[in-house]
Design a protein around this ligand. Structure first.
Ligand code: TSX
Ligand code: MN
Length: 586
């Protein structure tokens, strides 16, 4: 229970609405977790994995209709529809409350209502924010315990007078027809019903730390972003911190845990976060980042010792796996893992694996694991003041158009670069493969308000900083005419990161193009990499004809947001267009 009257009253009201058999206030303790795990082992919602290879690891199989976020059922419910913007589904708050409260009425009969106080961000950080999630899913409690700082200490934070975001969640009947994720940013409130899956149910993550927090960040003068955070330590021991935003299927978690190639002796990469960054102007005029999360909720397929050795070392113990396949000796398995497909595999739905029924692991299958177990986890990740950000990196999956790396000319051009991020769809998502989709700042599904206002807010931030981060764009996915990747990617991306670090220090050679500074052929450190000169030229090329067409598409995209689009963004379009035009005329 709690001494906070507002919280106590809300929980009482919700209990009388949802009619649970019991109310349990989570303290976050090991004993509590053990009890929950035993409950789930008994009811079959968890399976214990082989303790000899995967100590304290469990497999959860979700309902086959409940395996991903549901963007078409996700709403931002503001009084004024314009405030949600064309980038969000909108519903009037009164209507949304009526709809959700009808679904919640009696929904926890015969079930336990768990009350999870949680903190997003390090203990004792002025940037951390509290929330309370009410849920009837012990799986949600077990995952929240890894992904956030839950329990007694979070409750104490609330009881000492700090505001908190209220989150309501019930799995309901897992009926896709009765499933909604509603956000009420003006009330600091989230209502989720009908899904037990990660992004729909672990309300601290996308719902709070991105959609609600982005709204708060605008009114309070900071940024809540879909970014990884990493530290790049050079051989002299100096660490440069960068934050990077990528749309899904670009390998954010892999980049966050990168292992430098052998030729980069003395360089170390430190992981601060792999998904979300809260960025605040600091007292010294720099931008400081915290990772509001405490764990990784990552996509399993494709993760291996070759693509992400640090992640594989993190995953071997105290992990929850969701919708992966199961080997006969009780180990998790997925497409792209190092071990070859074993005889007698059980697929993610618990069936004997038959490839004609699709992959063994669901393409969106996940692991949940504490960041503390990651060998590259930065000691600064728990620093209350955050880490100072020298560079912001945007990226996308583009088989053409975008060069390997370029640096924006200034903050305003950097905001344009982020706002025009696009990525090609992969087989991992529904819909057509290879389509270019705009995903500004990789926030398309997560910005809790009108994108045009969001870009305007980004524009205000740079001039407020005496030392704003430099802004970059990267593309690991450029292909040649035969469809082969031009860049080896993965650990070799360190070469690009080193160029970025050097540019931040005012070093490294670059060529000025209309879209920004591109490395010249001697700019990248290619020691120990076998790459042909014409491959490198193809990777770094900025084709004015192709970019003129790209600018046309970007301008059309901005036009969808009408008169609210900041003038500064349209000025960037005009500048780049006219520079490209004079190049083409020459
Ligand atoms: O995560 C990726 N990164 C970032 C790594 C730090 N992936 C996987 C994307 C799906 C989540 C990549 N895929 C990257 C990359 O840099 N690059 C590619 C494309 C690629 C794929 C396979 C090869 C090379 C590039 N294989 C060989 O060259 C043998
Ligand atoms: Mn994400």
């Amino acid at each position: 229970m709690t001494s906070n009257l507002e919280l106590a009253t809300w929980v009482e009201q919700m209990a009388s609405l949802m009619q649970p058999e019991a109310v349990h206030w989570c303290d976050g303790s090991e004993a509590e977790n053990q009890t929950l795990v035993e409950t789930m082992l008994k009811d079959g919602s968890l399976l214990k994995l082989n303790p000899e290879t995967h100590l304290n690891c469990y497999l959860h199989r979700s309902d086959p209709s409940d395996v991903a976020r549901v963007e078409h059922l996700t709403f931002v419910c503001t009084r004024n529809q314009e405030d949600a913007g064309p980038n969000n589904n909108w519903m009037a708050p009164e209507e949304a409350h009526r709809k959700m409260d009808a679904l919640y009425a009696g929904c926890m009969r015969g079930r336990v209502m768990y009350v999870i106080p949680y903190l997003m961000g390090p203990y004792d950080s002025p940037y951390s924010r509290a929330g309370v999630e009410i849920t009837d899913s012990p799986y949600v409690v077990a995952n929240m315990r890894i992904m956030a700082r839950i329990g007694t200490r979070a409750l104490r934070h609330i009881e000492s007078g700090n505001s908190f975001v209220r989150g309501l969640h019930s799995v309901g009947e897992l009926d896709p027809e009765r499933r909604f994720i509603m956000h009420f940013p003006e009330e600091l409130l989230i209502k989720s019903f009908g899904s037990g899956y990660g992004g729909n149910a672990l309300l601290g993550k996308k719902c709070h730390a991105l959609r609600i927090a982005s709204w708060q960040a605008r009114t309070e003068g900071w940024l809540a972003e879909h970014m990884l955070i990493l530290g790049l330590e050079d051989p002299a021991g100096n660490t440069t911190y960068v934050a990077a935003a990528f749309p899904s299927a670009c390998g954010k978690t892999n980049l966050a845990m990168l292992v430098p190639p052998a030729a980069f002796k003395g360089w170390k990469v430190w992981t601060v976060g792999d998904d979300i960054a809260w960025l605040h102007p600091g007292p010294d005029g720099r931008l400081y980042a915290i990772n509001p999360e405490a764990g990784f909720f990552g996509v399993a397929p494709g993760t291996s010792m070759k693509t992400n050795p640090n992640c594989m070392s993190t995953l071997g113990r105290n992990a929850i796996y969701t919708n992966v396949a199961l080997t006969p000796d009780g180990k998790p398995w997925w497409e792209g893992i190092d071990d070859p497909e074993p005889e007698g595999l059980t697929d993610w739905q618990g069936r004997s694996f038959d490839r004609s029924q699709g992959p063994a692991a669901h393409p969106n299958s996940r692991f949940t694991v504490s960041a503390q177990q990651c060998p590259s986890y930065s000691v600064e990740a728990n620093s209350p003041g955050g880490v100072p950000i020298s560079a912001i990196i945007f990226g996308g999956r583009r088989s053409s158009v975008a060069p390997l790396v370029y640096e924006a000319l200034d903050w305003a051009h950097g905001v344009f670069t982020g706002a025009s991020v696009a990525s090609e769809t992969t087989a991992a998502a529904v819909g057509q493969v290879g389509q270019v989709r705009r995903d500004p700042m990789a926030m398309k599904p997560f910005c809790g308000y009108n994108f045009a206002d969001y870009w305007a807010h980004w524009n205000t931030l740079g001039p407020r900083l005496a030392h704003p981060p430099k802004v970059f764009h990267v593309n690991w996915f450029r292909k040649d005419a035969e469809g082969r990747y031009l860049w080896p990617g993965f650990g070799e991306n360190m070469r690009v990161l080193k160029w970025i670090v050097e540019r931040c220090a005012g070093e490294a050679a670059a060529l000025r193009t209309p879209i920004g500074h591109v490395p010249d052929l001697s700019g990248l450190d290619l020691a120990g990499l076998d790459i042909r000169r014409n491959t490198l030229e193809a990777l770094l090329a900025v084709d004015p004809t192709v970019w003129h067409r790209e600018m046309e598409e970007i301008a059309q995209y901005f036009a969808e947001f009408g008169a609210r689009v900041p003038e500064a963004l349209l000025q960037q379009v005009e500048r780049i267009r006219s520079e490209l035009a004079s190049q083409l005329a020459a």
